[in-house]
Design a protein. Sequence first.
Length: 573
Amino acid sequence: MDITPDKKRLLDLVERARSGEIALPEFQRNFVWTRDDVRDLLTSVLKGYFIGSFLLLKVDAESSPFAFRAVAGVEKPAEQLKPDWLILDGQQRLTSLHYAFAAPPLPLKWTKYPYRFFLDLGKITAGDMDAAIFSERADLSGRYLDKDYQFENLVVPFTELPRWESWLNYYERWLIERDQERYFNEYFKVHKPVWNRAVEVIRQFYVPTIEIPKVKPDDADGIAEVCAIFEKLNSTGVALSVYDLLTARLYRFGVDLHRLWQQAVEDNELLRQFSGGDPDIYGVLVLRTLALIREQEVKSKSLINLRPEGFEKDWHTAVLYMEKALKRTTSTSQDGFGAFAQKWLPYSTMMPVLAALLYRIDRDKLDNRAYRGVKKWYWGSVFLERYAGSVESITLADYRDLVQWFSDPGHKPAVFEQIDRNILRNSNFSLRDTARVNAVYRGVINLVAIQGAKDFQADDAIEFHALDDHHIFPRAFLASVKDAEGKSKYQNPDINTVLNRTLISQATNRRISRMKPSDYLAKLVPLERKQEIMATHLIDEAALMAMERDDYEGFLQAREKRIMAALAAYLIL
């Protein structure tokens, strides 16, 4: 696809937006800039700074590949909107400029009121460009719209700048009637040249534009290429996802993806909680689930071309099983995955595979063998960090591999072979160096949560307390341990290794403070319940004995062995 670089006058782009020649594709977000954002942009234009390029898609209004709407503030009925271009990148900037030059009755973000923007010519004369642009609430700016007030205070509305010569002629007549000496000696020699230069910078400001040629609605490859170009060139405003692009495509077929998403988050508590109501991540994950259910690729190029036939039915199915996947992932039962809080979820990108596999288990009425396979895939993928980075290819491959294994016991999925080779048969696999919060770290905390981790002091279940990960051997205690040369024996990652972390309350952590494990075990942990409480933290008898003698090395070895045994229980079929 050939794209055409060019440059266009900023005011021409604004005028084309006002006339409807430039419109927004339906997937573009609403106008979200604040008053300060608009002022900063106008100041950049006044100073002649680069404000970014604009990406335009050439279209035929009657056969646009995307549904469209007018730029915010353009009062033009939809049936009269016949755009020649859709703006893919630069919406917030173009809408802001139109807002300043047209003054539509549109409230800005964080306010209930429309605003008008003004240029202070006195500041221009003084060379204070940073303070030369200001705004006032539209309902309180009546005095600024009075010509006499403008002339007396040297203030010009941005709405007058396209007609600058006319405004200036009126000002000159007004001034010469009142003060000819000032007109000839001050205004004509000093002010007028400075004002004209500043206003011309705004009126003759050019911006780089990139034009993408027309794409037909049925040109799947062309639309996918538009998507790819957009993703590479988008540099300002709110980044768009494949969800946004598909929203516009489906809108043409009577499928309102925005409405479907809103219904999904209203009806599904976990989806609402994990997404925060924003479709940018989980909207795409649901689409990937839908694609897997259809046994299709999950790459952006494929998602943008999901067929509209049967979409709503498949969407509801995908949402249902995404909620089931999140329920299983957040469960702290032995069959759950222990991510009891959102921050402990190892990978959101695993959710489409899990959701689609749960769908296949239900659809095909499979038995416990299938669930064991899902657990092996899940835990092995977490501890091998398989879903870090780009995951589109591995997503479909894992799904197809496990589905085949569901029906063919003789087939061994590639992921199972990786797990067996790199974890179960790998004597060098170790958790000791895991000292930062990544998928492996979260996986260990998840395993602890599944054991029903009880607070050391309260001896009470995880769901009744705000537990967080804290050191078992306190950092301050370990830092005080010296080697034979009198230097600190332990540094990170030894101190912060996940083997030395578990879930206890902040109150208990404060009580422990700098205490040696042997001390707080004696003073804080109920004696008769000590062994049972520690077992819920994957601290077995050997690890507990090491704590009682403040033997950090012995503790790390024993606890790693216990954690690996808990993990192996899920990995061995």
